[in-house]
Design a protein around this ligand. Structure first.
Ligand SMILES: [Zn+2]
Length: 304
């Protein structure tokens, strides 16, 4: 049996993933704020509780909002800032008395969808998170691609490709640059763009609802968004040539994108045809815990 743990900024969730893909047990607690030892204790309590209920000992995989620096082995780029600079992998493995595998939350999303989700069976999968930020993960033949800098798939802080005159230099990004893809394609990025064009303060879901109801200004905002997403994904396709791209995050729930974006990306991809499929996620909010559990293989590997 495998346990997946999703460490978020507001909650920590743990789930038992059965071999048939079902989740018989799932528990969550509020994330102890600013309390590193408290986070480790909370995870241990969740894992112990699930193992006691299920009468089993499980492998444990953990998704974190950040990653481990390959150079120092310490957490970096985490929005649960009390994890930053801490040897979270060593400390949690010691607390749980077993090796623990880690991945960032975007990689867990991609792994979950590639393993038994919307991209099951695909050789190369790009999971794109379009939420409060823009992130991404790459899974190749069932394995997360991490990379020497542990940033594989992080497309959000590259510039928006083929920028139009009114997209230059683009909004300022928290990373210090201007015109990052994230400033256009995050949920707040869509909301800001709509507000700049219309003066209306609406969030991404409201804009999508008005567009679906036929409101012109919202349709135009969504069309601009779809074209920008098509351009940004075209550079991903040129680089990775994925079989499947899965959209996660709140903006990934906008159904119209799954027609609008593939209708446009052919103009940008360096190929006479584009066989890549753009699909909605199967697992939604469960991807974090499911992908973390999938960090361990279904069958134990045979010793060499
Ligand atoms: Zn940026």
């Amino acid at each position: 049996m495998r346990i997946g743990v999703d460490v978020g900024g507001t909650k920590i969730e743990a789930a038992l993933l059965a071999p048939d893909g079902s989740v018989p047990l799932r528990h969550r607690v509020a994330t102890p704020q600013g309390d590193y030892d408290g986070i480790i204790r909370a995870i241990k309590t969740l894992v112990d509780g699930i193992e006691a209920e299920a009468h089993c000992r499980a492998s444990v995989g953990v998704g974190i909002p950040g990653m481990f620096s390959p150079r120092t082995g310490l957490v970096k780029n985490a929005n649960s800032t009390c994890l930053i600079g801490r040897p979270f992998d060593r400390d949690l493995s010691a607390a749980l008395g077993r090796p623990v595998r880690f991945a960032n939350d975007a990689n867990c999303f991609a792994l979950s969808e590639a393993s038994d989700g919307a991209a099951k069976g695909a050789a190369i999968v790009f999971g794109a998170i379009l939420g409060t930020g823009v992130g991404g993960g790459v899974v190749i033949r069932g394995e997360v691609l991490t990379g020497i800098n542990a940033i594989a798939g992080e497309w959000g802080h590259s510039p928006l490709p083929w920028p139009r005159d009114d997209e230059r230099p683009g909004p300022r990004c928290y990373c210090g640059k201007e015109g990052c893809t994230e400033t256009f394609l995050s949920g707040p990025g869509l909301a800001h763009d709509h507000q700049r064009a219309t003066g209306e303060a609406l969030d991404a879901v409201e804009i999508a609802a008005r567009a679906a109801a036929g409101k012109d200004s919202a349709r135009q905002s969504l069309a601009r968004y779809a074209d920008r997403l098509a351009r940004a994904l075209a550079t991903v396709i040129n680089l990775l040539d994925p079989d499947v791209i899965v959209l996660g995050g709140g903006v990934g729930q906008i159904a119209a994108l799954y027609d609008e974006v593939p209708a446009r990306w052919g103009a940008y991809v360096f190929s006479d045809e584009v066989a890549t499929r753009l699909v909605p996620p199967r697992w939604g909010d469960s991807s974090g815990v499911r992908g973390a559990a999938w960090l361990w293989p279904l069958e134990p590997r045979q010793p060499a």
